[in-house]
Design a protein around this ligand. Sequence first.
Ligand code: MG
Ligand code: MG
Length: 257
Amino acid sequence: MIQVMSTPELARARDSGALVADILASLRTRVEVGTNLLDIDAWTREAIVEAGAESCYVDYAPSFGRGPFGHYICTSVNDAVLHGLPHDYVVADGDLVSLDLAVSLGGVVADSAISFVVGAVRSPKDTAMIAITERALAAGIGAVRPGARVGDISYAIGSVLRGAGYRVNTEFGGHGVGTTMHQDPHVANDGRPGQGAKLQPGMLLALEPWVMADTSKLVTDADGWTLRSATGARTAHSEHTVAITQFGAEVLTALRA
Ligand code: MG
Ligand code: MG
């Protein structure tokens, strides 16, 4: 079932989105060479508690992970791309870090992810790959309008990723958001225009293009959660939660001035 937000729920979704944007922006400036992933997790927990929000991750136990996640943010480094379980690892110069955060504030969820290189950029391919996921995200957002189909978003995202030479994995992708984190519809990162559920005002969607440099195949880490590229290649991931309005898309997790 696809949830449609009421006007009061949409107001809460904006607050939730602003909180996620603020936390990620703050982490983006705090994470440096020498930061432990467990510090990132602790800082996130503090920010969530201080805001009176709830973590969507700590008790999360879906079929694709091993038991409750037990942490407050996903930290995926280098070849890790999704669901990175924070662990005792110190960020090194040139690491490509992806942070993915979902919280519930006032009972409504917002979900966003950013990728960035810490310290010196080792390869221009890293920044190009991050930029492609951001461009694909913008293209997906650009395809959002009432009456459009989920497949239009998937096609817009996939066209950018494929056009840049990446192989697209359609197993994990975007999703509906509402009073819980993962809802219908699934928004694959490639697809056919004109297909899938019709978009209507009040729906919330998390759009999240991600790529791995030379493969579309994932492997699951021994921790039971972290998904890595099968080849060990580096990866990138960008995500925003958008509300469908009568005019198009309102990006809820964009950083406000
Ligand atoms: Mg996310
Ligand atoms: Mg998501």
